[in-house]
Design a protein around this ligand. Structure first.
Ligand code: NVA
Length: 304
């Protein structure tokens, strides 16, 4: 597969997503087959926000493919402040073979892709987290033999993670329910485009504020109630979000067999410690799959 960039989930069609899942699983099973695929290639990694999983899984993942990863934090000034994002992209294009970027604004990702001459991978922005969604779909494929029958529900704040999951589910044909408190749902534009993809794939996409109406599910997913870059104080939203906590009671009510979380988990907020630490949690399986999924993207983008 030849991908130019990996910026947002819906730049890929169903076949491309399923092929990436298959490739990720193959790299996971036979890493030695791919250990020279990125030989001689360098990836510049820009991080405007903190990161544990993304930083480490890209860095070590790139080395497992025989390539070289370079971490660029904010020590040289904020992206777009010391020099234009377009110039940043043009300069990196002189040395590196690809850019991985975790940024505040989606527009920075788009500018990097537009002005650079090398592929760009979105490692999280305000709108999307496609690397996480791809890893989560690898995890779903490992847990359920037929993805087309899976019912996935995301409960909590509509954010970059839920947008990416919603788009990927709609494109791939996984039934997806988004349960958010009033006022914390997705932007209409984002939801409407996912709705269109779900109509094309024949899957169901539901948006509700009513947590008590959540029907049978295979997997429940949650994420922080306050994302990086949002300065809201958690105490201000606790009362609103508390009924949306994912816990054993909700697992039992929906019949879900696994619970997913992109991490970092805010224990006793969006998920109970007991559930996060339980056998039902696949959070660390997904964390590992971040590396294999991203390596599938890197191979698709950079392999000769
Ligand atoms: N929604 C979270 C995801 C962290 C991996 C955030 O943007 O902070």
């Amino acid at each position: 597969m030849n991908l130019e960039h990996f910026l947002a989930d819906d730049q890929l069609n169903k076949k491309q997503i399923l092929d990436l899942i298959t490739l990720a699983r193959d790299i996971k099973q036979q890493p030695e087959k791919y250990n020279q695929v990125l030989a001689g290639k360098s990836v510049a990694m820009i991080f405007e926000k903190p990161s544990l999983r993304t930083h480490v899984s890209f860095d070590i993942g790139i080395k497992k493919l025989g390539g070289h990863a370079l971490y660029l934090g904010q020590q040289n000034g904020k992206l777009g402040e010391r020099e234009r994002v377009s110039d940043y992209a043009k300069n990196l294009s002189c040395y590196a073979d690809a850019i991985v970027a975790r940024v505040f604004n989606n527009s920075s990702i788009e500018q990097l892709a537009q002005h650079g001459s090398i592929p760009v991978i979105n490692a999280l922005c305000d709108k999307y987290h496609p690397c996480q969604a791809l890893a989560d779909f690898v995890t779903l494929a490992e847990n359920f033999s037929d993805l087309s029958t899976v019912k996935l529900a995301y409960i909590g704040d509509a954010n970059n993670v839920s947008n990416s999951l919603m788009l990927m589910a709609a494109i791939v044909g996984v039934d997806f329910t988004l349960v958010c408190p009033e006022g914390y749902g997705p932007e209409d534009k984002m939801f409407n485009k996912a709705l269109k993809y779900s109509q094309d794939s024949g899957s169901k996409l539901l948006l509700t504020t009513d947590i008590t109406a959540l029907g049978p599910q295979d997997a429940l997913y949650t994420d922080t109630w306050i994302s990086m870059g949002d300065n809201t104080n958690v105490t201000d939203v606790l009362t609103t979000f508390k009924p949306y906590q994912v816990n054993h009671k909700l697992m039992a009510k929906t019949g879900a067999s696994i619970v997913m979380h992109c991490q970092p988990a805010h224990l006793e907020e969006e998920i109970t410690t007991e559930l996060f630490d339980s056998e039902m949690s696949v959070a660390f399986q997904s964390a590992e799959n971040r590396m294999w999924a991203q390596n599938a993207v890197l191979v698709s983008i950079l392999a000769d």
